[in-house]
Design a protein around this ligand. Sequence first.
Ligand code: NAG
Ligand code: NAG
Ligand code: NAG
Ligand code: NAG
Ligand code: NAG
Ligand code: NAG
Length: 396
Amino acid sequence: MIAIPVAVLLACLPYLTRATNANNRSQIYEFPLKSTNVLAVVPPPLVFNYSSIFLPESVTLVAAKTTPFHVYHPDFYRIIGPSPRLTVVWSNDEYAAAHEAPVYHQPSNALFFAANAGAPLGRSGLNQSNVVWRMDIGQAVSLVGNATLNAEGDYVGGNVTLQAVLNTDHQLENVNGGTNYRGNLVFMTEGRGDSLPSGITVVNPVKPYNATALLPLVILNNFFGRQFNSLNDVAYHRKSGDLFFTDPTYGFTQDFRPSPGFPNQVYRFNEDSGLVSIVADGFSMPNGICFSPDQRTAYVADTGLVMKDRDPTRPATIYAFDVSEGGIFCNRRTFAFGIGDGIAVYNPQGVLLGKIFTGTGAANFIWGGDGKIFIMAETKVYLAEISAKGDPIWND
Ligand SMILES: *[C@@H]1O[C@H](CO)[C@@H](O)[C@H](O)[C@H]1NC(C)=O
Ligand SMILES: *[C@@H]1O[C@H](CO)[C@@H](O)[C@H](O)[C@H]1NC(C)=O
Ligand SMILES: *[C@@H]1O[C@H](CO)[C@@H](O)[C@H](O)[C@H]1NC(C)=O
Ligand SMILES: *[C@@H]1O[C@H](CO)[C@@H](O)[C@H](O)[C@H]1NC(C)=O
Ligand SMILES: *[C@@H]1O[C@H](CO)[C@@H](O)[C@H](O)[C@H]1NC(C)=O
Ligand SMILES: *[C@@H]1O[C@H](CO)[C@@H](O)[C@H](O)[C@H]1NC(C)=O
């Protein structure tokens, strides 16, 4: 889908760990929350709205990027540690290669991600699928030490090498979500046109990165004979072994999929029994999905705001649900409301602790091992190094 205004959730809260680096707060900024409660001038929505970046009057965008770890609550220090760093490890102003489906493969220390699906800058849509890329994390980390600050306020380390994942038989058409799954990778495909339906594809994480004879490849491509709209994000539920995924209508609103056949809802799939069921509906555009580390809470981002006609009364919201013993989503509540300027970090009560500020939408992110977060910012890949560890979904 197109640029997500919702700062992607870090609701799957990181496990905290002891900071190891020397004291270095050069990239940290304490956001003066209270002093922004009353402003001298508060402009109307036509002037200042969802597409605007809010900063205190004395702070420029470049300055805010130069110190990208914005602290809103003292607890954020326990997550970022004393010397967090944010570095650009890949960029290309003419190609939104980094938008969707980031997945970390620990055994080969590799990161997979996909270009923006259905957008000209992603080089994808009706006539062409987006590409799934692979990069070496060791190479990305090696660029950090040489980073230099540019005029935009980015610390630029260089360009990591990208390798394309093969899509020989159209199994990876407009990939939009992905995660680790039973030792392999699983990707959600939005599909393309009428005859390449949306589905779920399992990919071999090692060479040649496509399928092996042992893999079934596409493991789901319909719901009782009907095409899904355009599958978006996926989360593996460790407790049940099931995949939970969202199915908004972006493929249609972005002109590369037929008229939708289903409501905007969230599904559950058990590959062993073959059962597909619906666990939640009532969304505008259900998008990102993940579980808390104990697997008992599910988070679903609704990016209804992001359509061609941007109506600010539609959601830019993360909802939380309890996951029942039987796997149904219940007790829906509003967890957070997103602003598109980077990664927002909340505690489980929905308190905003801080941000990793990129000054633009951060469509997706993934932990690439302990203390490393890779941020998909369309034409840039950022590496954030902090002291927290992620929920190790890479073992799923
Ligand atoms: C502090 O961080 C900057 C970049 O953010 C780095 O150049 C410098 O070496 C760090 N200093 C220490 C003592 O770690
Ligand atoms: C949002 O603000 C921008 C200016 O920053 C303006 O061009 C746009 O029309 C505004 N959108 C709405 C819906 O008011
Ligand atoms: C896709 O190809 C068709 C047929 O060649 C053409 O009419 C259409 O303009 C193309 N669409 C895009 C988005 O390039
Ligand atoms: C970092 O800079 C040094 C000195 O200019 C150079 O020798 C080295 O190759 C650079 N490393 C990377 C990963 O670019
Ligand atoms: C990375 O590649 C892009 C696109 O080719 C180029 O514009 C940019 O200058 C490169 N960045 C560095 C630091 O070499
Ligand atoms: C995987 O890639 C190899 C190398 O290009 C190719 O020969 C093989 O046919 C592909 N397999 C599938 C199932 O796509």
